[in-house]
Design a binder for this molecule. Structure first.
Ligand SMILES: [Zn+2]
Ligand SMILES: [Zn+2]
Length: 103
């Protein structure tokens, strides 16, 4: 066995036979992937560009979620895709040349 594997913590979750799982645990956790070692919430967070240094996960989630938000320019509520999406269609078109938010 490679040293890495033998040094890794083993998952202590019990399977149906009453034995422990013994899969290598996720780094820093006491459980393997199958048994909740990973945070099941929003695993895509770190991969997509919206991730902001992992701060307040809950808040980040809420902000990232699509919702009806008031447009920052015209104040009219519109269907926002998430925290990055703060201008309604008309305004984001108008701001396309100047706004750093427009890509
Ligand atoms: Zn396990
Ligand atoms: Zn607007």
């Amino acid at each position: 066995m490679p040293k890495l594997l033998t040094n890794a913590k083993l998952c202590g979750a019990r399977n149906r036979a009453g034995k422990s799982c013994r899969c290598p645990a996720v780094r820093g956790k006491a459980r393997c992937r199958m048994h909740g070692g990973r945070n099941p919430g929003a695993p895509r967070g770190k991969r997509n560009g919206m991730w902001k240094h992992g701060g307040s996960t809950r808040e980040a989630l809420a902000l990232r979620r699509a919702a009806t938000r008031p447009c920052l320019r015209c104040r009219k509520p519109f269907e926002s895709e998430g925290n990055h999406h703060r201008l309604c269609g008309a305004c984001s078109n108008r701001a396309a040349e100047t706004s750093p938010y427009a890509v």
